[in-house]
Structures are given as C-alpha cells and as structure tokens.
Ligand binder design. Sequence first.
Ligand code: MN
Length: 202
Amino acid sequence: MAFELPKLPYAYDALEPNIDARTMEIHHTKHHNGYTTKLNDAIKGTDLEGKGIEDILSNLDMSNMAVRNNGGGYYNHCLFWEVMSPNGGGAPSGALASAINDAFGSFDAFKEKFAAAAAGQFGSGWAWLCVHKGGKVDICATPNQDNPIMPGIGCGGHPILGLDVWEHAYYLNYQNRRPDYITSFFNVINWDKVSENYEAGK
Ligand code: MN
C-alpha cells in the first residue's frame, strides 16, 4: 500500500499566532504532500514497496537520494505535526522530565541546547530530541530531510521531538528570524505526545 499524506490533528490556523495558517497549509498540502508522492514514485516496483517507513529509513542505502530525501521528508513531517498542539507548551512531566533533567541538568538548559541546535543548523534541516535504548535522551541536528534513524546520521537515537528549520516552515511569518520561530515552537510542543514517543522508543 502506498504512503498517504496524514491529516493534521488540528486546523491550519490552530497554532496561531505561533505558526500562521498560510504557512501550515502550504507546508502540509504542498511540501509534505510532495515528499509523500515522490516517495511513492521512488519505491514503486522496488523491494522497498510495501515496507514500513521506519524499516525503509533504518536500513536505507544512503546513496539512494530519492528515498533518502522523500522518505525522510515523509517521516519527518509526520512526526512534526504530531508533536505540536494548540494546547501545547509548558514542560514535560514524568519519566521524560526525569530523562531531560538527567541529560541536560534542567528543562531550561534543555531548551537552550535544543534552540542552539536548531538555530545552528546551517541551511535546511531539523533539530531533534532523541531517545536511546535504555531511556537516555540526546539532542542533534541533521541537514536536509535526513533523520537520526538513518544509518550513520545524527546521534543515532530514535527521534521523539523534531523541529523543521527549513525556511518553508517559517519564512512567511518570520522571514529570516529563525530564532523567533524556535522560541514560538516551544509554545506549541505537545509534551504528552513526546512522552508517548519516549515511552515507545526507550
Ligand atoms: Mn518542512
């Protein structure tokens, strides 16, 4: 079965004023839709057809640029929509909060390090909070549509939170002010979902 563009779990304007409706609509219907279509085209008739996306990416031949770029784009955006919510913001609780404190010292220190990774990614890419087997969390950034579950990419953990820092994710509203977009992202993080991802991935 071909991959399908997932529906957003909220309306395009639901994350305003942090992320504007026009950006969300273009990002979902044009960019994410494009990655989905091109991923399906790239795997059609190959031995990757019918496999799950995590299986495809974690065993990827990194020289297969069509699947690397579009499979990454498909997967990364699926995660991105889910870790945001109009009821988001605040701070994590429970086991994830403990893991963040253990790794970074405090939630504020985590925010600072995550924001620096996102701001410091040169050009297009993503910042990630990842979990390793055993429950340790780690931050990394990757270029383009690469993802830490791909062989040899990022910190090698499993991403539980991702921030898209491609200009298409923020330019209409923030222009070149990526740090302002990063600050706003913290207002919409769905920590319940990130905790769920943490429990599933640890
Ligand atoms: Mn994007």
